[in-house]
Design a protein around this ligand. Structure first.
Ligand code: NAP
Length: 353
């Protein structure tokens, strides 16, 4: 690597944007080139525009940076987007058309045929969609997305199991943290003493995104994986970390030992390449009967792993287990940064220069 690449963070004042600011401090390959947000924030220094909610203090390096509008013209090599879906679609397309690589968290472009829904441990071959996207859209930039925060925790555990034993069906019941709804997010009177059994659009994402991610790239397109997923999503009174109760059946039923071994030994390209944000173990298996728990386990592997526990036979499907993922780290900003690191190893971020 010759020089650090300059990244812009769109939506830098938001829940995901704040994680980007935190994770980019002292990043070995990237530096913050610009921050952007809504008209409410443009022109203000970061510490005035932002209501900082990350448990650690706001990094000094960002405090006095001034917010720009979310429009092309930023002097950066590439763009991270943490924008709300109400505007992300058009803004991200505008940046891609203007020649920027866009590494997005938002749902808008995830399921488009020519857009990679990238998890570097699982489907790096899907990056071959990018030249097709550029040709089809006559665009020198491009868009790469990471999955929904609930999906990514789930699919990191499903991937090694699907490869080894072939998934037939998956049922998942989620208990999702408040920070997943952004800020201010869920009203305190709805969150306190309560569980909300509905998160708009969430179940549809969890039931479809893993099938694209686990699909095979062949003849210029992704053939989706073929198994059924049923999701029931709930918002619970937890600050960070989505817990998911999973049951699964397989084409070849493994023993419990084989299942644990497939999860715990899972390693892939980011670990081989030693990417700066790659967890050493993408899936961490815990033995204690009452783990994982959000408060105790969400920062394992710096929040970049899926933490699995309570692996046991299921009387209806084959096995059931619980898993946990940090929704704003591996579920959002950390995932996008890992995607950008993989893109850099392919020389795909040096566009704007
Ligand atoms: P958030 O806390 O509400 O933050 C939204 C950000 O977007 C703020 O920086 C806000 O700037 C900016 N923004 C809002 N309207 C804008 C406009 N019209 N023009 C330009 N900027 C605008 O939301 P979030 O939770 O960070 O979510 C951001 C995206 O990431 C969403 O698409 C969400 O679905 C996705 N995501 C979130 C999570 C999570 O755990 N929270 C996980 C995965 C994916 P101002 O401060 O100036 O208003």
């Amino acid at each position: 690597m010759t020089r650090k690449l300059r990244a812009a963070v769109l939506g830098a004042t938001g829940t995901v944007g704040q994680r980007f600011i935190q994770l980019l401090e002292d990043h070995p390959w990237f530096e913050l080139g610009a921050i952007a947000a809504s008209g409410r924030s443009v022109g203000k220094p970061y510490h005035r525009a932002c209501s900082w909610k990350v448990p650690e203090p706001m990094p000094e390096y960002a405090r006095d940076r001034v917010l720009s509008p979310c429009r092309p013209g930023l002097e950066v090599d590439f763009v991270f987007s943490g924008l709300p879906s109400s505007i992300a679609g058009e803004v991200e397309s505008e940046f891609a058309r203007a020649g920027y690589p866009v590494v997005s968290n938002s749902r808008n472009h995830r399921m488009e045929e020519d857009v990679p829904l990238l998890v570097p441990e699982i489907n790096p071959a899907h990056l071959d969609l990018i030249p097709l996207q550029q040709e089809r859209r006559q665009s020198s930039g491009f868009i790469v997305t990471n999955p929904n925060c609930t999906t990514i925790a789930l699919v990191l555990a499903l991937a090694p199991l699907h490869r080894a034993f072939g998934l037939k069906s998956v049922s998942v019941v989620t208990m999702q943290a408040l920070s997943g709804a952004g800020y201010p997010g869920v009203a305190s009177l709805d969150a306190a003493d309560n569980v909300l059994p509905y998160i708009e659009g969430e179940e549809e994402k969890v039931e479809t995104e893993p099938l694209k991610i686990l699909g095979n790239f062949k003849d210029g397109k992704v053939d989706w994986a073929e198994f059924g997923i049923s999701a029931q999503c709930h918002r619970v009174n937890v600050r960070d970390g989505h817990l998911e109760a999973v049951s699964a059946s397989f084409r070849q039923r493994p023993s419990r030992g084989e299942l644990v071994e497939a999860l715990a030994s899972f390693r892939s390209l980011p670990q081989e390449l030693n990417l700066p944000s790659a967890p050493r173990r993408p899936v961490v298996c815990l033995d204690e009967p009452d783990r994982p728990q959000p408060r105790l386990d969400r920062y394992l592997e710096k929040g970049m792993a899926t933490v699995v526990g309570r692996i046991r036979p299921c009387p209806i499907l084959d096995y059931k287990f619980d898993l946990l993922g940090h929704n704003t780290i591996r579920g959002a900003a950390g995932a996008a940064i890992l995607n950008a690191e993989l893109l850099r190893t392919r020389g795909m971020l040096e566009g704007m220069g």
